[in-house]
Design a protein around this ligand. Structure first.
Ligand code: KG4
Ligand code: ZN
Length: 340
């Protein structure tokens, strides 16, 4: 006898430095508990070994908390979804092992989720009017990609970064400027009072004609600019460096999305990943929408960043499409997105 399709799905996300668990009931998010690990802040970036240990320490509590918020118990859960890649090996292993434990203990179906696919599907969580096809600009600490989504399981990567991710560039520049980690919000805040044209920073691959990105040259240009300043100047120029750097990143992101819209003719664009919070990016995207009638969707921030609800939601969709994994599924750090 075929088992019924799981309607109550628990989703586990531990691919990087967010430990998160969410619950979805019939496609509706009932809870989304996210613990961002701040222990990495003094290092200016994620320390993989510490991230795994933190996931290990937190995951059971976060799961309890997500169940409590959703007013459910583990016995109500009908399916387990877990990120199995891409991400940090040790971090993924903690989530995958934990998920297998619950699945085995409660005889539940298990589904490994591709983290990138979860980001794409998360756009639908509270944008029920979002129809296929759409473009997704995925910009986070780990990813910078433009993906064409034609239907469930139909994904086409149109462009990707050749080196650093956009969020990674924000984090590295913030580190050069002795701001905190993650750096994006600090740069965003400091840029408000800065002149975005004071420093002429490069726009990597802006005129390449394709949809790929490169941010490492920009990071180096910022480093050289900082090195040419005295200690006092570094303080007074801080807002201008932040504004000029941010303008260079945003120009490229918006320029490439404009090109993607032109090349594909698709006028629905979603923005996912932590960098979607950037105020300048939002302002420029809104301007793009106004002048070429493209509709821009911003998922709620808690579904943009790494979170368990998007894993539960992708799991719910996957189970509906008949997918399930065996208990021998393994953490796959370099998992790529492919058509189902
Ligand atoms: O999606 P996310 O929470 O986690 C992953 O990296 O997967 O994204 C985190 C990234 C960090 O690099 C952080 O600096 C960046 O998003 N970020 C921002 C802003 N808020 C977060 N970047 C620019 N402006 C912001 N306001
Ligand atoms: Zn992510």
């Amino acid at each position: 006898m075929m088992s019924p399709i799981p309607e109550i799905v628990l989703g586990i996300e531990t691919s990087c430095d967010e430990t998160s668990v969410g619950l979805v009931v019939n496609g509706t998010v009932k809870s989304n508990v996210i613990a961002s690990q701040f222990i990495h802040s003094e290092y200016g970036g994620v320390v993989p070994e510490m991230a795994s240990r933190e996931h290990e320490r937190l995951l059971a509590y976060i799961t309890d908390s997500a169940l409590g918020t959703a007013e459910l118990t583990l016995d109500d859960v009908q399916g387990i979804a877990v990120t199995y890649g891409p991400g940090l090996m040790g971090s993924l292993l903690v989530g995958v092992s934990f998920a297998k434990g619950i699945a085995l203990r409660n005889s539940l179906p298990l589904l490994g989720i591709n983290h990138i696919e979860a980001h794409l599907l998360a756009n639908q969580i509270d944008n029920s009017d979002l129809e296929y096809p759409f473009l997704c600009l995925l910009v986070s600490g780990g990813h910078t990609q433009i993906i064409q989504v034609t239907g469930y399981g139909e994904y086409d990567i149109l462009g990707t970064t050749m080196d650093d991710a956009a969020g990674e560039a924000f984090d590295k520049v913030a580190r050069l400027l002795d701001l905190g980690y993650p750096g994006g919000p600090y740069i965003d805040k400091n840029a408000v009072n800065g002149d975005p044209e004071k420093f002429k920073f490069p726009r990597g691959l802006m005129d390449s004609g394709d949809l790929n990105f490169s941010f490492s040259g920009l990071k180096t240009a910022v480093l050289y600019a900082i090195q040419s300043l005295t200690t006092d100047e570094r303080k007074s120029e801080l807002p201008h460096i932040c504004a000029s750097f941010q303008a260079a990143v945003v120009d490229v992101l918006v320029g490439k999305i404009r090109l993607a819209v032109e090349q594909t003719g698709i006028q629905r664009v979603t923005i996912a990943g932590g960098v979607a919070a950037n105020s300048q990016l939002r302002a420029e995207m809104d301007a793009l929408a106004a002048d070429n009638s493209t509709k821009i969707y911003y998922p709620a921030f808690e579904y943009c960043m790494d979170n368990g609800a998007m894993i539960a939601y992708a799991g719910w969709q996957g189970f509906k499409h008949g997918q399930e994994h065996e208990l021998d599924i393994t953490a796959t750090p370099r998992l790529i997105i492919s058509a189902n």
